[in-house]
Design a protein around this ligand. Structure first.
Ligand code: HEC
Length: 213
């Protein structure tokens, strides 16, 4: 066999091994560059980012408004009494979801977290925030209302629920922090506070009055 043929044969076989060596190296090492994508499937697609412009739609916005009347999943808050404290254009009286001891305890806990800092543990409007603000006397503070006073006692349950939901005058809204069921539980506990603030001897069962007399 001619030498030239042998040498060029060896050379070509070595050359053929190079791509394999290169592949092996690519598999074993890491690189900052993205892999070569031979079959792109649908991995990379053109898309719009939120709040950007688009020439495609007539109004020039990339984002589409929901179709009018769309209700999100679990978003059909149809029960006006429960979700808004309203019966037609009147406030509801009573708790639309009913009440048990568990909810009352929940209401006390939630009240103490969300309301007592301003309105105080008994609802008298003397919570630590209110007392501190009064002490600072900066002149910008509206004192929290006394929730056991006639004004609050006279409000229907639905209106109290609405006040927690949307706030009132200088008081902020709590809808974002307190879910609907907890807002009703707070209203129930508020009623208990009002009841205890205006308790009379007749409210105590006869059998338990012994020491009071
Ligand atoms: C950051 C302090 C603050 C917190 C917390 C707060 N309130 Fe108030 N609340 C006020 C102030 C201040 C007013 C009086 C607003 C005004 O008259 O401008 C008020 C008024 C009210 C009134 C109206 C009283 C009336 O008869 O006019 C109700 C009811 C009430 N709050 C309930 C609650 C409940 C329930 C919570 C807990 C979910 C709560 N508030 C949490 C500050 C607070």
């Amino acid at each position: 066999m001619p030498r030239l043929l042998v040498y060029s044969g060896v050379f070509l076989v070595s050359l053929a091994l190079l791509p394999l060596a290169w592949l092996y190296r690519a598999q074993a090492s890491s690189s900052a560059r993205p892999r070569i994508h031979v079959v792109p499937d649908m991995d990379n697609q053109a898309y719009y980012r939120a709040q950007t412009a688009s020439g495609f739609f007539a109004d020039g916005r990339a984002m589409r408004a929901p179709v009018e009347g769309t209700v999100s999943r679990d978003g059909l808050d149809e029960d006006d009494a429960y979700y808004r404290g309203k019966d037609g254009d009147r406030w509801v009286e009573g708790l639309p979801g009913g009440l048990d001891e568990q909810q009352m305890l929940r209401g006390r806990e939630r009240y103490q977290i969300y309301c007592a800092p301003c309105h105080g543990g008994t609802g008298a409007g003397d919570g630590p925030v209110a007392r501190r603000a009064a002490k600072l006397a900066e002149g910008t503070w509206t004192p929290p209302a006394d929730l056991t006073a006639a004004a609050a006692v006279g409000r229907p349950d639905g209106e109290l629920f609405d006040i927690v939901t949307h706030g009132v005058r200088n008081m902020p809204a709590y809808a974002a922090q307190i879910p609907v069921a907890d807002r009703w539980a707070i209203v129930a506990y508020l009623r208990a506070l009002q009841r205890s603030a205006h308790g009379r001897l007749e409210d105590v069962p006869e059998s338990q009055r012994g020491e009071l007399k």
